[in-house]
Design a binder for this molecule. Structure first.
Ligand SMILES: *Cc1c(COP(=O)(O)O)cnc(C)c1O
Length: 351
């Protein structure tokens, strides 16, 4: 089969901005080394582009959620710098980890047992200090099986680092308590937002994700974090409609006067959810082109009055300032990134 034609929707990934965001977060991490969370296809940005760019910027510790994410990363990152956050839940996962030299993050007594039984070796260990999601409970830290582990990084995860919550200091105290009980080489607590909580939260390693990719985890980051992802979509068809004609499913938009409209190759299957359509626009150069009617699975209709000469095949820009789009749509910045669909071509942004 010949190659598939170029997709009519694409993400331009600004790898200079990505590297700059990492460097800024690494600076803000003080004496700690910033790593990079690249789970979920690097938050939708595309791990094949993001992982090497972050490595070249200087990141030396990478976090995935699942074992299934490892294969795409191994060509770019040394196995010993990859941590799988969900840990080895059965022997098949433990032998995969050992075969490749990837580090599991042990999250429970059961996972500790599986890792030790499978032959063990260096691993990371997550303690739960209050998010009550995954991780060893603080009262389990003294367990016999935990003493059998060769813990490189002892870590915990903050629940409310993006808020000025008393919970942050409480989690910090519990983390110190755990660190006093478990032998380890390094400590790590902070995600993107946690980095901004100050030096006490930095330890040896920080674990930014969202803000690498342009997310503003806390307001004080906004002047320093640059947009990384620029989505674009090609015009599929143009048409002229008369006054009184409606657009899209359930006819939620009706033209008051004759108007020129266009259909673009983007829909909720690409992550542009229906909740993002209302009152939103795309752009073509300086022209703002309002979205009309419902977002469909694969198509969105736009008003091209402000760019009447736009042609089929021309590319329109999809606004993706994460803070603004999150406020407008009610979706989180994390959701906006990770829902970017697989139909987008992902390319390094030029110029
Ligand atoms: C996803 C994740 C991170 C990154 O968090 P951000 O809020 O995206 O910076 C850090 N640590 C753990 C354990 C994670 O699961």
């Amino acid at each position: 089969m010949t190659h598939a034609p170029t997709p009519p929707l694409r993400l331009a990934i600004d790898t200079d901005a990505l590297a700059g965001n990492w460097r800024w977060l690494n600076d803000q991490s003080g004496v700690a080394d910033a790593g990079a969370a690249i789970k979920a296809n690097a938050y939708g940005v595309g791990a094949a582009i993001a992982a090497p760019a972050l490595r070249d910027a200087g990141a030396r510790q990478f976090y995935l959620a699942h074992w299934g994410e490892v294969a795409d990363i191994l060509p770019h990152i040394p196995a010993s710098e990859i941590a799988v956050l969900h840990g080895a839940c059965h022997h098949e996962e433990a032998s995969f980890a050992r075969a490749h030299g990837v580090f599991p993050v042990v999250n429970s007594l059961a996972q500790a047992k599986i890792w030790v039984e499978s032959g063990g070796g260096p691993c990371h260990l997550m303690v739960d200090t209050g998010i009550n999601r995954i991780g060893l409970s603080v009262h389990e830290c003294g367990a016999e099986i935990i003493r059998c582990l060769d813990v490189d990084m002892l870590m915990s995860h903050l629940a409310s680092a993006d808020e000025d919550s008393a919970m942050n200091a409480q989690q910090l105290r519990r983390f110190h308590d755990a660190a006093g009980q478990i032998a380890h080489k390094r400590l790590s607590l902070a995600n993107s937002a946690g980095i901004m909580l100050g030096a006490e939260y930095h330890f040896a390693a920080t674990r930014p994700g969202l803000s690498l990719y342009g997310g503003i985890a806390r307001p004080e980051m906004a002047p320093h974090i640059a947009q990384v992802v620029y989505p674009e979509s090609a015009v599929l068809q143009k048409r002229r409609i008369e006054a009184g004609e409606s657009v899209g499913y359930n006819a939620t938009f009706t033209a008051r006067a004759p108007m020129d409209i266009a259909v673009i190759n983007l829909g909720y299957a690409d992550g542009f959810l229906r909740s993002r359509g209302h009152g939103a626009h795309v752009t073509y150069g300086d022209a703002k082109l309002p979205i009309l009617g419902r977002v469909s699975m694969d198509m969105i209709v736009i008003d091209i009055t402000a760019a009447p000469f736009i042609k089929e095949g021309d590319w329109v820009q999809i606004p993706f300032n994460l803070l603004e789009i999150a406020a407008q749509s009610g979706l989180s910045q994390y959701e906006l990134l990770t829902s970017l669909g697989l139909r987008f071509a992902r390319d390094v942004k030029s110029g």
